[in-house]
Design a protein around this ligand. Structure first.
Ligand code: FES
Length: 303
């Protein structure tokens, strides 16, 4: 499959726009409904508890199970080994269960995606939904002992799910959906002066940079909190967000981060913001990465 022809042709399908908008609106409404009200369900589906998006962790279930079914079906067809049938049927069923979880988490992540990746994401979802429908039909045919039709439907589903995976890979590696967003420059690990206390207004986010590394400062009385400026979700500017109690909310999709340590309080972000220790010398605010962040970075480097 040639990305240079496939992806531009997906981008040209402007007729999909109303469907994209309608679906995103519907999903947003669903998360406001009584059944899903509040953030705990959405946080869980995004994967805040896991520290990274849940969707990519679940997609391995249908892909793995359906690959097993594909191989067992092929071998059975080629050799006539009938005892492989139970394994193939079980793999189709496991894949269907995994596809349900994968679809729910994927749609939860997709509802906040804008721009060209939104269309790629919807085509990815439509392909997966069609593949799942083919596997449901395959399971029905298998139950009716119609092996030939069951296998043919599963082969078609497998082809579509592989195509959908390829698009999913593009969304992650090229469009950077579902990856942690952060500044390319290095955060200061030793105290460096970044601003004067008098530059800051109480409770208002204030952007500063140190050697191209952007940070957001929030002053609460004589205390100053500092986090990385670039939202870990999709790169939104936290300094344009709003301070809510002890947290700051990203202006783009509403992720809420604790000012003290950068932890995610509300998704869609799943990765915490880097947090900084602040000290004040006279009127000068100095910052450095919190020691736990430095230790984690050093451990990672040693690995
Ligand atoms: S960029 Fe999406 S919540 Fe910040």
């Amino acid at each position: 499959m040639a990305p240079e022809t496939t992806l531009p042709s997906i981008a040209k399908q402007t007729w999909l726009e109303p469907l994209e908008e309608g679906l995103q609106k519907g999903l947003a409404e669903a998360f406001k409904s009584d059944a899903l009200r509040g953030k705990p369900v959405e946080n869980a589906l995004h994967g805040v508890w896991l520290g990274h998006p849940l969707h990519p962790a679940l997609v391995g279930i249908p892909l793995g199970a359906w690959t097993v079914a594909f191989v067992l079906d092929l071998v059975e067809e080629a050799t006539g080994e009938r005892h492989l049938r139970r394994g193939a049927d079980l793999a189709v069923a496991v894949g269907l269960a995994g596809a349900a979880g994968s679809a729910v988490t994927g749609l939860t992540d997709w509802k906040d995606v804008q721009g060209p990746p939104r269309r790629t994401g919807m085509v990815h979802a439509l392909l997966n939904i069609t593949a799942t429908a083919l596997y449901v039909a395959s399971a029905v045919q298998r139950k009716r002992r119609n092996r030939g039709a069951g296998r043919a439907l599963a082969y078609a589903g497998f082809g579509l799910s592989m195509t959908a995976s390829w698009l999913g890979g593009h969304l992650v590696f090229s469009d950077q959906i579902g990856v942690e967003h952060k500044a390319a420059a290095e955060a200061p690990s030793d105290f460096v002066p970044v601003a004067r206390l008098t530059d800051l207004s109480e409770g208002k986010p204030h952007r500063v940079t140190y050697q191209d590394y952007p940070m957001v400062l929030v002053r609460e009385g004589e205390r100053v909190f500092a986090l990385a400026e670039i939202c870990s979700h999709l790169g939104g500017p936290l300094s344009e967000g709003t301070v809510e109690g002890e947290c700051i909310r990203c202006p783009w999709h509403g992720s809420l981060f604790r000012l003290e340590d950068g932890e995610v309080v509300e998704s869609p972000a799943t990765r915490p913001q880097s947090a900084f220790e602040a000290r004040i010398h006279g009127d000068q605010i100095e910052l450095r990465l919190r020691s736990n962040v430095i230790e984690a970075t050093e451990t990672k480097a040693k690995d």
